[in-house]
Ligand binder design. Structure first.
Ligand SMILES: Nc1nc2c(ncn2[C@@H]2O[C@H](COP(=O)(O)OP(=O)(O)OP(=O)(O)O)[C@@H](O)[C@H]2O)c(=O)[nH]1
Ligand SMILES: [Mg+2]
Length: 175
């Protein structure tokens, strides 16, 4: 493109390249999914249709982003791990997170009817994303353990809560 006197505005853009030789984790999380899942009649505590849809979205991301080595998901979130040598988008944080989250969200809408054939999508779902650099494999493992423990605690709580609720015993157990 021809140079113009307006070109200087480019200098306001900050360099957000992730540190070289580090693992990159991009975590995508549903925005206001408590409201979204309620509005769309998700089963409690876990709706296998919703889980399968999230898996499909993650598979689309992994197909498109060949450098991704691990995808780990729970509830309304998915983490995508890239190795230290990954070079996608010049390792630019905003490009990576927006590229991944937009593909994830568009896949969610595109495949909605495959997993929820009898449910109309009432409003567009949204996801946020962040990009974090981790210097060692051990820390990446701890990151994944952190997400797994979070999933475990939430699942245990939700399973027990809804089992008691369905039996009508929640009030007694709660005292
Ligand atoms: N019923 C049902 N709800 C689910 C399921 N998976 C996720 N959710 C809902 O999604 C929420 C995800 O938690 P958060 O990400 O902390 O909550 P959020 O409402 O998305 O809030 P923000 O992420 O801060 O926007 C859960 O608390 C549930 O309400 C499911 O399989 N069934
Ligand atoms: Mg959320």
């Amino acid at each position: 493109m021809a140079k113009s006197r307006f070109e200087y505005v480019k200098h306001f853009e900050l360099d957000d390249r992730i540190l070289p030789a580090t693992y990159i984790v991009v975590r995508v999380d549903g925005r206001g999914f408590s409201k979204f899942t309620d509005a769309h009649g998700y089963l409690k505590p876990n709706d296998s249709r919703g889980l399968a849809l999230m898996l499909e979205c993650a598979a689309q991301v992994m197909k498109e982003w060949g450098e991704c080595i691990i995808a780990f998901g729970e509830s309304d979130e998915f983490s995508f791990v890239f190795p230290p040598q990954a070079s996608a988008f010049g390792r630019r944080s905003s490009k990576l997170s927006t590229g991944i989250v937009s593909l994830f969200a568009s896949s969610f809408v595109m495949y909605w009817s495959k997993f929820f054939p009898d449910k109309e999508l009432l409003f567009p779902p949204a996801f946020d994303a962040r990009c974090v650099a981790y210097p060692t494999k051990e820390i990446v493992c701890d990151y994944l353990k952190w997400r797994q423990v979070d999933s475990w605690i939430n699942s245990m709580y939700n399973e027990c809560f809804w089992a008691l609720q369905q039996k009508g015993e929640y009030r007694i157990a709660h005292r």
